[in-house]
Design a protein around this ligand. Structure first.
Ligand code: NDP
Length: 251
């Protein structure tokens, strides 16, 4: 139990599914008030009931990270309900594949607008409230794809994930004097509902390619984000934490 996150208000964009849901669950288990933000409110509400069975303290708010006003409204609503925003986990992301030679402007823009610009929208909307907090924490879910490796079929995705890191480092500098830290977690292959659809054989092959011979769990990302959100992590800013079972290490 990380006592310092108890009672803190934590927003998790893309918190209704996959890694975001894992992050939400990890914070809730440690006593935080967690707000999951996603476009589909029904999915978010289903997530809230699932997590409430374990922990309680989880709420759903509808929001679209591609829409600046929507994120401003989300931040206003959360602050109105809880009286603080202490932690933002900017996690919402999409990863449709498109071969580079066939990629359209629409393909590119959708991924950049969600992953890179969506992070900007969420962070900017929360800054006024994070500044009022005892200390603020921003944790961005990036990826090893882009910042560290490439992945054929996902050049727009890789660009968006690398863009998040340039943004993260600069935001860390701009917000350091406000006692707000900004860091990123870079997941490797994490087992989510979406990945499960690829089938047992494919997942087994994927696991074999990882030195630890297993896929990551959403909680693995949750605990990395949780540590970065603690009071104890208050001197870490502008950094990346890779959570990949050794995947990017050379053979
Ligand atoms: P999922 O598809 O499982 O979940 C995505 C979440 O984001 C959902 O809650 C979805 O809800 C939400 N979302 C998507 N678009 C928007 C939007 N415009 N506004 C608000 N919410 C949105 O994804 P993962 O859990 O797999 O991925 C989460 C993050 O982790 C992403 O940033 C991804 O790049 C990163 N990542 C994932 C890896 C993996 O192995 N899974 C590996 C490396 C990085 P809704 O559709 O209702 O809006």
């Amino acid at each position: 139990m990380y006592q310092s996150v108890k009672g803190k208000t934590v927003i998790v964009t893309g918190g209704s599914k996959g890694i975001g849901k894992g992050i939400a669950s990890t914070f809730a288990k440690n006593g935080a008030n967690v707000v999951v933000v996603a476009r589909n409110l029904d999915t978010s509400k289903a997530c809230v009931s699932e997590l409430a069975a374990d922990n309680g303290n989880v709420y759903a708010v509808s929001g679209d990270v591609t829409d600046r006003e929507s994120m401003v409204e989300v931040a206003k609503e959360v602050f109105g309900k809880f009286g603080s925003i202490d932690v933002l986990c900017s996690n919402a992301g999409i990863f449709p594949s498109a071969n580079l030679e066939e990629m359209t402007n629409e393909d590119w823009d959708l991924v950049m607008n969600t992953n890179a610009k969506g992070t900007f929208h969420a962070v900017q909307a929360c800054i006024p409230y994070l500044k009022k907090a005892e200390y603020g924490r921003i944790i961005i879910t990036s990826s090893i794809t882009g910042p560290v490796t490439g992945y054929p079929g996902w050049s727009h995705y890789a660009a968006s994930k690398a863009a998040q890191l340039g943004f993260m480092r600069t935001a860390a500098l701009e917000l350091a004097s406000e006692n707000i830290t900004v860091n990123a977690v870079l997941p490797g292959n994490i087992l989510t509902e979406g990945l499960e659809e690829l089938g047992e054989e494919y997942l087994q092959e994927m696991a074999e390619s990882i030195p630890m011979k297993k896929l990551g769990r959403v909680e693995d990302i949750g605990y990395a984000a949780l540590f970065l959100a603690t009071k104890e992590a208050g001197f870490i800013t502008g950094q990346t934490v890779i959570v990949d079972g050794g995947q990017i290490l050379p053979e």
